[in-house]
Design a protein around this ligand. Structure first.
Ligand code: AR6
Length: 175
C-alpha cells in the first residue's frame, strides 16, 4: 500500500546513530557521496568499506555529478545492524537565502526511498545542523513538521540526537 497517509510514531533518542537497530539509517552526506566528517564519517567508519564501494558505483552511474541537495538514495549498510543507509544531502545554512524547502525535502525524500525499500523503521540525524551550521531549533522544527506531514508507510521514526542541546530542541519541537 503506498500513497496512504500513515503518520509514523516519532521517538527521540540521545546517542550515536550508527548504534540504532532500525531498517534504515539516514546519512547527512554531501553531494560527492564519498564520505566526510560528522554523521557521514561515523557511518562509513562503523559500516565499513562496502558502503563507500556502493557510493562509488552510484557516482559511476545514476549520480555522475553527485547527489543533488534535497535528494536521497540508498545503499547497503555494510556491517551496521541496519539493512540500508539512505544518503541525503542537506543544504548549507544561509542567513540571506531561505533554504528550508531543501531541508524539508531531505526528510520527505528519505521517507520516500524508505518506502521504496520496504523499510518500516528509520533513524534520522539532525540533518544540516552540524558542519552545515543550520540552527538546531529551526532544524528540529523542520524535521518534526515534515515527518508529521509526510505520506509514508514507515511506522517508526527515530531522531537520534548527539548531544543534550539537540535533544532539547527536538523535544521542544515535538510538543
Ligand atoms: N550520531 C548522531 N548524530 C551525530 C553523530 C552521530 N554519530 N555525529 C554527529 N552528529 P553533521 P551536516 C550530529 O555535521 O550538518 C559531513 O562532512 C551533529 O551534532 O554530521 O548535515 C558530510 O560529508 C549534528 O547535530 O551533518 C557533509 O559534508 C548532526 O548530527 C557535511 O558533514 C548533523 O551534523 C554535512 O553536514
Amino acid at each position: 500500500m503506498t500513497g496512504q497517509p500513515n503518520p509514523a510514531e516519532i521517538t527521540l533518542v540521545r546517542g550515536d546513530i550508527t548504534k540504532q537497530q532500525v531498517d534504515a539509517i539516514v546519512n547527512a552526506a554531501n553531494s560527492s557521496l564519498l564520505g566526510g566528517g560528522g554523521v557521514d564519517g561515523a557511518i562509513h567508519r562503523a559500516g565499513g568499506p562496502e558502503i563507500l564501494d556502493a557510493c562509488r558505483k552510484l557516482r559511476a552511474s545514476r549520480f555522475g555529478k553527485g547527489l543533488p541537495t534535497g535528494q536521497a538514495v540508498a545503499t547497503t549498510a555494510g556491517r551496521l545492524a541496519a539493512n540500508w543507509v539512505i544518503h541525503t544531502v542537506g543544504p548549507v545554512w544561509s542567513a540571506t537565502e531561505d533554504r528550508s524547502a531543501l531541508l524539508a525535502s531531505c526528510y520527505r525524500e528519505s521517507l520516500r526511498v524508505a518506502d521504496e525499500l520496504g523499510a518500516r523503521t528509520v533513524a534520522f540525524p539532525a540533518i544540516s545542523t552540524g558542519i552545515y551550521r543550520w540552527p538546531i531549533e529551526d532544524g528540529a522544527r523542520i524535521a518534526i513538521e515534515t515527518v508529521r506531514e509526510a505520506t509514508t508507510n514507515v511506522t517508526e521514526v527515530h531522531f537520534v540526537l548527539f548531544d543534550e542541546h539537540a535533544y532539547g530542541a527536538f523535544a521542544t519541537a515535538l510538543r
